[in-house]
Design a binder for this molecule. Sequence first.
Ligand code: PAP
Length: 321
Amino acid sequence: MENIENLSSEALLQSLEQRNNWDGLPMCKFQGFWCPVFTLHPLLCFQKNFQASDTDVLLASVPKSGTTWLKALLFSIVNRDQFPIDQSPLLATNSHRLVFSLECFYYAKNDNPDLGNVPRPRLFSTHLPHQALPSSLMESNCKIVYICRNPLDQFVSERQFLLKNRLWPDKPYGEVLSLDEAFDMFCDGVQAFGPFWDHLLSYWNASLENPDRVLFLKYEDMKRDPVLKIKKIAEFIGLPFSEEEEKAGLVGDISMLCSFEKLKDLEINKNGIHYGSVKNNSLFRKGDVGDWQNYLTPAMAERMKIILEEKLSESGLILDI
Ligand code: PAP
């Protein structure tokens, strides 16, 4: 890797391959992934300045894989002594405003933000692949909770999100490509933070190497049995539910509070926005497994299956399509 320490992000950008995302958003290939250009400088600052703490919990994902849900769950698990369910901040605040992104929020606002005031254990999120995380984070004992989703649902969810939000009203891009064109790019590995399979593999391999540090979750498994997964997450981050809590039904209560149906119907998620212009309701579209069947042809699914076979077969990672 070239020595990026001395390069400005503009100079670095000039040396990188560039492509546009499905909505025209400029991206550059950096450290093996398609980095939206607007996150390149924040990412460099994050890599350089972040000081991890052993008690930190990092939520990582490809966008549209269940981030909003996992943020709500982690926040509820960590703060369960502080807020009874009926007084949860989630009832009035979208989870993206309770757990913030490192590269899209903290380091986008400030090259070296003071993160000392974030309540401990600090909860952070990222869409970066594992190899792009700062060395301080890699060397600490902090926990990483990763969530992935089957690629066809992720693709549909992402494209619908872009269509709904038109994220860049003041920029000369924002028009979303046709389904076929976007799917071609997706199959070529071109999407924000992609290639999809490389992102998953980076955390999958890390979870195999360090199972105590990286928990690898699938959206589909969480939908099937949220209570089981909530217990697993709590144990993993070192905050297991006590027998009394379980008997009192707290795990089920957290599961209900963070369910798609409950969160979707809250006023804040019907009408609020976050990160400037993102409509909260665009994060609560359907929340189904297999919705891709309403958009994609069997031939498209077959094409993705063949790609996944090639990319994942040696890894042991199996995705349900
Ligand atoms: P983000 O990366 O922008 O934060 P993210 O939350 O990862 O988005 O993904 C949004 C998807 O998660 C949406 O999927 P869909 O488009 O297929 O419907 C959204 O509906 C789903 N989702 C949001 N909240 C929940 C929840 N509480 N339970 C299950 N799925 C959810």
